[in-house]
Design a binder for this molecule. Structure first.
Ligand code: SF4
Length: 385
């Protein structure tokens, strides 16, 4: 309204404008961060990277995976079986209501059989989809698990990089992949570009932990702070976890909890990662054998670039406040955006348009943030110059 001299276009005009000007809206959003940079706001070059799953315009019932189709087929088949039994009973009955009842049941069974045919066609569609998933209302929306709540929604994954000083969203991306494991270096690179800095610290939660991503960050001048998730099955079952073994770099061996040396044995490649295997020959005679392994000996695998991850672990030990800073930084923008968007979140469909809608929200968030930290008049003056 300010830009258009207090003109108040109706909702359709706004919707059309938003639909037709995606690239320009995204460019304005980026340009605003350039303006903040020129105003000297980003002196620390530290960002918190986080994500949130946001609902799409796609009901859960209109999203199909192979498992969902199977479960619905089973439900429909159970109903058919139940009606068939009722039909048998109706056939045996000799009363004037038996005949119309049987006709009604036959109709219901025919309808359910049509549903089975439709589900079989859907099953084939799901099988042929690149990620074995089909959404009917918004074809790009995907079913995603939501962290902490143990539920899922059909939507998008909004990635943001937020500066820890002013809580401005310096970079964002909307994706339709339900996890964050491969997003750290992409988001950090975008944030680094937006801030125009040579070196950047990026703090993220353990959902972003991935060795290759941390190594890529190192290569582009980003220092990552990401805690390692404790995924050791051995530890969960009460046995020693990998963290109980100490790597001795100079000797290229692991020292186990009883002080034995696990020496290098061979190298293998698993899921495109080169792994070195280590074990000791004294495991069978070890008093703690049962606490350590169910096999003959305890084997430890080491990624060829594991040192990068170990250095990051030590870095995190020296910055115990990193996770608190991360939480405090990202809670603010996500809390605000979700309040504005309401319970339905996105209104537009497809990845491209949802991306535009997000850019508009983020531009509004950053603008309001700047108005409250910088003031209206100084901000207008800065925009004019
Ligand atoms: S079983 Fe082997 S690796 Fe485990 S504590 Fe005993 S000697 Fe060490």
């Amino acid at each position: 309204m300010w830009l258009t001299g207090r003109l108040a276009p109706d909702f359709k005009t706004i919707a059309n404008f938003r639909q037709a000007n995606g690239p320009a809206i995204r460019a304005v959003c980026s340009q605003f961060i350039v303006l903040c940079r020129q105003l000297g706001l980003f002196t620390r070059a530290v960002v918190a990277i986080d994500s949130s799953k946001m609902k799409a315009v796609n009901n859960r019932d209109k999203n199909f995976t192979a498992a969902k189709v199977q479960s619905r087929m089973k439900q429909v088949q159970d109903n058919i079986d139940r009606y068939l039994e009722e039909l048998d009973r109706a056939d045996r009955e000799e009363s004037d209501i038996a005949e119309p009842k049987a006709a009604r049941l036959k109709e219901k069974i025919a309808r359910l059989r049509d549903q089975i045919c439709a589900l079989e066609a859907r099953e084939e569609e799901v099988r042929l989809a690149p990620d074995q998933q089909v959404s009917l209302t918004d074809p790009d929306a995907r079913a995603m698990a939501t962290a902490g709540r143990g539920t899922s929604l059909v939507g998008y994954n909004l990635q943001v990089a937020v500066d820890t000083q002013h809580h401005l969203i310096v970079a964002h991306e909307v994706i339709n992949i339900g996890n964050d494991r491969g997003q750290l270096s992409t988001m950090a690179a975008k944030a680094k570009d937006a801030l125009g800095v040579e070196a950047l610290d990026a703090i993220a939660d353990k959902g972003y932990f991935k060795g290759e991503e941390i190594r890529t960050c190192e290569g582009i001048g980003v220092t990552a702070f990401v805690p390692r998730p404790l995924t050791s099955g051995a530890k969960a079952r009460g046995r020693f976890g990998k963290q109980d073994f100490v790597y001795l770099e100079q000797e290229d061996v692991y020292r186990c909890p009883v002080g034995e040396r696990l020496i290098y044995r061979f190298t293998s490649v698993e899921a495109d990662m080169t792994l070195h295997s280590y074990w000791s020959s004294n495991c069978q005679a070890c008093a703690l054998h049962d606490q350590c392994t169910t096999g003959k000996e305890r084997r430890i695998k080491r990624w060829e670039h594991e040192a990068v991850v170990e250095v990051m672990g030590r870095r995190l030990d020296r910055r115990p406040d990193a996770m608190r800073i991360r939480r405090q930084t990202v809670e603010h923008p996500f809390g605000t955006l979700k309040t504005w968007m309401g319970s339905t979140h996105f209104l537009m469909k497809t990845l491209k348009h949802v991306g535009t809608e997000t850019s508009l929200h983020i531009l509004a968030y950053n603008l309001k943030r700047m108005i409250s930290t910088f003031g209206v008049q100084p901000l207008i003056a800065a925009i004019k110059t």
